[in-house]
Write a protein that binds this ligand. Sequence first.
Ligand SMILES: [Zn+2]
Ligand SMILES: [Zn+2]
Length: 646
Amino acid sequence: MKGIHGVISGKCMKKYKCSTLLSKVTGLCRHRLNKNQSKRHQIEKSARVSTVKTHQGKVEAFMKREDNSRTQPGKQDAQRLKKGVKVQTHVLTDYLTNLYNKFKSENPNLKISFTSFCRSRPKYILTAAFSSRSSCLCTKHQNASLTIKALRREGFDISMNPEKGMGQVPSSEIMKSKLGESVALSQWTRIEVEEKGKKKYVTKIVESQMSADKFVSHVKDQMSEFDAHVNRVRIQYEQIRTIKEKLPEHEMLIQLDFAENYSCKSLEEVQSAYFNQTSVTLHPMVVYYRSDDGTLQHKSFIIVSDEMAHRSSTVITFINEIMPMLKKIDSELQCIHYWSDSPTSQYRNKSIFDFVANHKAIHGMNARWNYFEAGHGKGPCDGLGGTCKRLADEAMRSGKTIIQDAKAFYEWAIQSSMTNVTFRFVSTEICAQTEKIQERLPLKSIKGTMKVHAAVGNGESTIKVRDVSCYCETCISGQTCDSWRMESTKVNIGNKRAVGGLKQNKEILIIPVSEPVATTGESEPIFEQSVTATGSEEHGGKEDSKVDSEIRFQVEEYVAAVYEGSWYIGKVTDTDENEHEGEVDFMESKKQFFQWPRSRDSIWLHQNVVLCKINVPVPTGKSRRMFRLSDGDKDKIFDLFSNFVR
Ligand SMILES: [Zn+2]
Ligand SMILES: [Zn+2]
């Protein structure tokens, strides 16, 4: 009704004093007609404002979500909201039309137009510019969009949005019929460059001219690869959303990532200090858990360290550091779901897989490690790191503090305004200790590591892996559904070197070898490789001991020892002072012979897993690279081994 008043009345009507006439003709109330001051426009506007207002919070939360936008990591990437309030800027990872459709599918009952959706975007959330140099999108996405550009130059009308456009690429035949002899294509490529005599890899845009045939086959390969990439991106985000929504009680989800290093510089020496700036490693971790009332809570941690190597042992040290605090939050913690990016040097490698495999033995609860698809792993850690560095810079500029090294950064941080973040300092010495322990472990690389996007600890140095995460009902309940495949994280000497005696006695293969146990001191995690003890000496059970406890390790001598249920032979290369422990280089068994493996395979052993000392194996065959045991040694080993495991 109001609308009708608006349509027919307005300033003009008033000006010509027609309201009485109009009222008579239309039968509408004269007073109400008079009240209208060309309100038509305003009515619509106010209605629009209200939808924007009602849904703004929802849309903002949606756009801020890590699958839809990325926090800009730089300190300068902050927007002033109101006076004094700064927020890290976000960049949307997709076109607004796509995001709108996604939003609608997630909120089917919400009535919001595309325009209102766009208007609800806060200023600090920027739209993405595909294929621009400064774009934060991953190389796969950028390359896809560069290919689309090339196709469009050749006259194909396909969408600029790579996720749409790659699906619109015509068939090979059509492409070939339309393309000229050669096609120009730019792609981001990893190339080797020499800088100051050193070779290194950089990713650059490389433009090349290629034949139409080559171009077509490139596009076809890229299409399937890109399709798989986009799928994994989507699935991983769906999975983290699922587990966040359904996170069971006494379980935690941790998102972790290295922030860009913070470089210390005092104001006066910005220029001169440039070449030997001290850097600070910052490793944010955001921990999600269910509170007693069932709501999802989170706590933020930042590890500050002077350790510059960002490797897996560093990550493990950092996790060990916050573990006591996690147990304080929930003393009945049963499972931790880690979510990280997927660089192989830091998170996706054999050390982390082994850490996950033995997580329960080390820390007392199960673990699952999930990897975001490469290039799409930015989450809350990014913003946390960026905010922290920005505040540090502001404190420096205002002269409140001087940050010259990691320790000083930490000292500043704990009394800073970031009171909702728990800071911990981890020294490079502690990281070095973990690294040493890691080096000793006989770790095995897992086939297809680059494809693994989820790993679940399975105990006894085994994990189950998958190409994408799975949080189906079975998996959420703590079990693993059938889609996982099992892998072992330690060198499986059992298969490689086990010889005759073992094959006949498969049932005696299993002996309890407990996993490395962390004795968590206040801040120094020390791992102990606890070794199979048959008949413990503390209990005076020496009679039960099936191993000659008199055996002392001697460098250069050969021993037969039990490891993970099988026996092996090897040469002692090092011992501790008491000769109770020794480092043994293992040989591989090949049929009834032995040979040295291509790469050295050594491990520290305790004397109680040594069966006996043996004679130096005798070289045989033409090459003299195969060795055999004397008959006496063989019998001795078989006897002792069967006693050892019984
Ligand atoms: Zn991508
Ligand atoms: Zn499952």
